[in-house]
Design a protein around this ligand. Structure first.
Ligand SMILES: [Zn+2]
Length: 306
């Protein structure tokens, strides 16, 4: 089969008054125009001329699974670790015109430098924009985000730990990718990863199966961890606080429709199922991030509450 190229204290971690309210890279040969494709396609359903390198990698949001064990041994550094694990894929969510940094984030050196720097910048922006990001949330989800991001504004020590944490997280991304795509260092040194398995009558390389397992299991385990974190915040919010999931459901539906449309309109270039899955998931994520940010900004600007 042809594969495409390419705080200690209160468990809520917030002052009692807040608890009471409770509411709410450089272009590789295979990705020369791939950078920013997700965002662009989400907006205009554009079809790129070549496949991005990310076609060969696990879904971006699954990468924090590689650093999840640190949650129990380096709690203050975990959020920065998680952001670091996303770092090397950040160029794929940026327009090509501003993401051609001259170095690939998917090399050993690039992950530790540019990948970590991008992750640190994303973390900094997220902390600065946290009022906007928590505005659409309510209840335990809002408390969780406020607690985790608020820690960076309360302790210089937490900020200092973010520097090595993003580098380690970004390196974990490089390692995970190198075990799940054909030109990865681990794949090239472990013959078993290059063996082929029969999947629905098709010979599929083990590294490719691992890519899907990493993505699916990673997202599943992270979802379970998130539910566990929310469960710890039981009793920290006002049970009568208003919730408004309808708007977020609309955002999700619009994002999925955009992602599916992007995959459909990707045309013949993405001639494999894998390529279309990549386009769909990445475009869905990029659209959701854009719409969620705009929605949060709208709430802050217009003070829309119910
Ligand atoms: Zn990657």
């Amino acid at each position: 089969m042809r594969w495409l190229p390419g705080a200690k204290g209160h468990k809520c971690g917030l002052p009692a008054s807040r608890v009471a309210t409770g509411r709410a890279g450089r272009s590789d040969p295979v990705d020369s125009i791939g950078n920013g494709y997700a965002v662009l396609s989400a907006v205009r359903l554009a079809v790129p001329a070549t496949a991005p390198r990310a076609l060969l990698m696990p879904f971006t949001l699954a990468h924090p699974i590689a650093v999840l064990p640190f949650r129990w041994i380096w709690r203050q550094g975990f959020i920065a670790l998680a952001f670091g694990s996303l770092g090397p894929d950040i160029p794929y969510f940026l327009p090509a015109s501003i993401s051609n940094f001259g170095i690939s984030t998917h090399t050993a050196q690039g992950a530790l430098t540019l990948g970590a720097a991008l992750a640190l910048a994303l973390l900094g922006c997220t902390v600065l924009l946290r009022p906007l990001l928590v505005a659409p949330l309510w209840g335990r989800a809002r408390l969780f985000v406020e607690r985790e991001l608020g820690a960076f504004t309360k302790s210089p020590w937490v900020c200092l730990q973010a520097l090595p944490a993003v580098a380690i997280g970004s390196w974990s991304h490089f390692v995970a990718d190198s075990a799940t795509h054909p030109d990865g260092w681990i794949v090239n040194h472990v013959a078993a990863l290059r063996a082929e398995l029969p999947v629905l009558g098709i010979a599929v390389p083990v590294y490719h199966v691992m890519q899907y397992l990493f993505s699916i299991l990673g997202l599943g385990i992270l979802a379970l961890w998130y539910q566990r974190e929310l469960h710890e915040l039981d009793g920290c919010v006002d049970p009568g606080a208003p919730a408004r999931p309808r708007e977020l459901v609309v955002l999700c539906v619009v994002s999925v429709i955009t992602g599916v449309s992007s995959a459909i309109f990707a045309g013949d270039f993405f001639s494999s199922v894998h390529g279309h899955i990549y386009v769909m998931t990445t475009s869905t994520l990029a659209t959701w991030i854009m719409l969620y940010t705009l929605y949060g900004a709208g709430i802050l600007i217009f003070g829309r509450r119910r």
